[in-house]
Design a protein around this ligand. Sequence first.
Ligand code: GDP
Ligand code: ZN
Length: 333
Amino acid sequence: MYLCIEIANVMMKGEATVVKHTGSHYLLSRLPEWDLFPAVLRGKIRLKGSSATNPVAVGDVVAYEAEVSGNEGMPMSGMVTLENPAVITSVTPRKNYIIRKSTNLSRQSHIIAANLDRAFIIATIDYPEIKLPFLDRILVTCEVYNIPVTIVLNKVDLYRDSHAEMLQAFHEIYEGAGYPVMEVSALTGEGVDALREACKGNVSLFSGVSGVGKSSLIKALDPSLDPRVGEISDVHLQGKHTTTFYEMYALSSGGFIVDTPGLRGFGLVDLKKEEIALYFPEMLKASEGCRFAPCTHTHEPGCAVKEAVENGDISYDRYSSYLGMLEEEGKYR
Ligand code: GDP
Ligand code: ZN
């Protein structure tokens, strides 16, 4: 009697997350597993109403099909190869995403990442000196995109003592506005455990102006990661022919991060004057008490936001960032 083992080709279907996009293919992983396998797009997947140059972005959850000659118990990476990649058949609607435009004037946008659980905005009080209006703009952008933010103050070893008052004021302003503020030092390792803990179970965006120590911090979180320090500069991002590929990394302690080079060019939202205050959480809350609606919180009588600024419940710095954005409306895109 013969035992005939026939290895049939099986069509496997499933859902996975895009963790990388290279020129020719995507890498998928069935998060929270880290089982990378290649995939290609079938035909043209176009998202309705999207001007994005990339219809599928890092963080997208996609449906895939793969024809494999193995069994379901095998890891995908063993069955799906570059010669026989999976095929992406659809993209699951995003809970959020963050974009950048190729240039200031360009109408084309590039989706940096989708489905982010949180953005960690890395900053320093000093070395380099913090620019609050710039930070506030980033925070507004994250509010617009519906991405919860944690502010991570790095290099506290350098300024905790020399800038103690500023540090305390910073906590008051931003925690008062509803943003968690963590203090860390990639150099001494202080606070790094807490940050690692905060990353667990999440897909997190890491962003910050260059020089704040973002790469050092990522390395401190997981020494096996080696973000390409300084390799992708903002200047290059503005170049027409340069394609930037964002990538998701798995932290060995759990959680996934998307590292973004620089912050310039992210913060590109079109907001109408009367919308801007909706994205300053503390102003939105106070504005319930304004006599007029809508209220720009500038000249209107009975404005509860101005009153809150005057009695110190809303920080003057935040309010002045808001005024700056009102003035620049249309220009800061
Ligand atoms: P990135 O541009 O944000 O990725 O910054 P890097 O990680 O390249 O760091 C910029 C500089 O700051 C480097 O010289 C780092 O050694 C230094 N640096 C990073 N983190 C810390 C820190 O926590 N404390 C101190 N004193 N220096 C740091
Ligand atoms: Zn008002």
